[in-house]
Design a protein around this ligand. Structure first.
Ligand code: BDR
Ligand code: CA
Length: 302
């Protein structure tokens, strides 16, 4: 089993990604850290904790950064709703960790040197702070798997994907840190859509986990319809799926820098040659195989 910590900003697609990770036998989730992103960190942390409880998981959840390194917070209420879960209320009964996100991350890294993979599904603020506070972690983290960026295009702007746009300075620190990075950007994730019929199929399964999930997906679908998509963007779930089964995407080796200065292209992820290539970017997703895996894992909640 891969030992992972998931850093996230739930977020409706983060919620699906967390449920996939909980259900998979390939992944051992040793902790969850929350970051400001789709909604403020108070909500993302509460949502992450509530999702662990909903799925009957006993996993420590720690809150992290409440704002990006050098710019004002940027949220996506129009995509994920005011509470981050499409208005679906999942009150957490338990308590968040007394550790910060960085403390939880470094604890797991030191406990399992060379073994921890960090799956980053939100802006990279917590991970950049970890690397700044504990530079030795660079040698001790096995890999960082990022949902973010794009080799071409964007969704927050024409040039930038949301997670990178929200904290470009943090993203540039992570991409140039020397830790091996797998980037699942929009080139891959925009081609992995769950259709309205598949969402209906999920809703019809019922049960205490899939019923609230299906309500969240209705909200998420209305956003995707409003921007002309034929289905739901499975950005974060596809990223977790590729940790479970790396054959779901082809990868190209590259080095990545992030535009941090130009107000027009801010947050753009650029292929460069002036830093060693320690990144692989996803290019060819196997959408059908992904959906089979996703639906199989969701059925385990029935
Ligand atoms: C990413 O942005 C967020 O809104 C989603 O949760 C996903 O992580 C997609 O660009
Ligand atoms: Ca996310």
């Amino acid at each position: 089993m891969k030992k992972v910590v998931i850093d996230c900003d739930p977020g409706i697609d983060d919620a699906m990604a967390l449920l996939m990770a909980f259900a998979s036998d390939e992944i051992d989730v040793l902790g969850i850290t929350a970051v400001s992103g789709n909604v403020p960190v108070e909500n993302t942390a509460e949502n992450a904790l509530a999702l662990t409880e909903l799925a009957g998981q006993d996993i420590e959840v720690a809150a992290g950064a409440c704002k990006p390194l050098s710019k004002a917070p940027h949220h996506a209420y129009h995509v994920h709703g005011d509470n981050g879960l499409g208005g679906v209320s999942l009150p957490a009964k338990g308590k968040l960790s007394s550790s910060t996100a960085v403390e939880l991350l470094i604890d797991r890294i030191k406990a399992h040197p060379g073994k921890i993979e960090i799956i980053a599904l939100g802006p990279l603020t917590n991970i950049a702070l970890l690397l700044k506070d504990y530079p030795e972690a660079v040698e001790q983290i096995k890999k960082i798997i990022i949902m973010g960026g794009a080799l071409k295009g964007g969704n927050a702007t024409d040039f930038a994907e949301f997670n990178i746009y929200a904290d470009p300075h943090a993203a540039d620190i992570v991409f140039t840190s020397g830790v091996p990075v797998d980037m699942y950007g929009l080139d891959a994730t925009n081609r992995v859509l769950l259709s309205p019929e598949e969402v209906k199929g999920l809703a019809s399964m019922g049960g205490k986990v899939l019923t609230p999930l299906a309500k969240m997906l209705d909200f998420y679908l209305s956003f995707y319809k409003s921007v002309g998509y034929e289905g739901l963007g499975m950005h974060d779930p596809f990223t977790v799926a590729c940790v479970i089964d790396p054959s779901l995407s082809q990868m190209v080796e590259t080095a990545i820098r992030v535009e941090c200065d130009d107000p027009v292209t801010m947050g753009q992820t650029m292929m460069v040659e002036d830093v060693p290539a320690c990144c692989r970017a996803a290019v060819e997703p196997d959408s059908e195989a992904f959906k089979t895996l996703f639906l199989d894992l969701m059925k385990s909640f029935l």
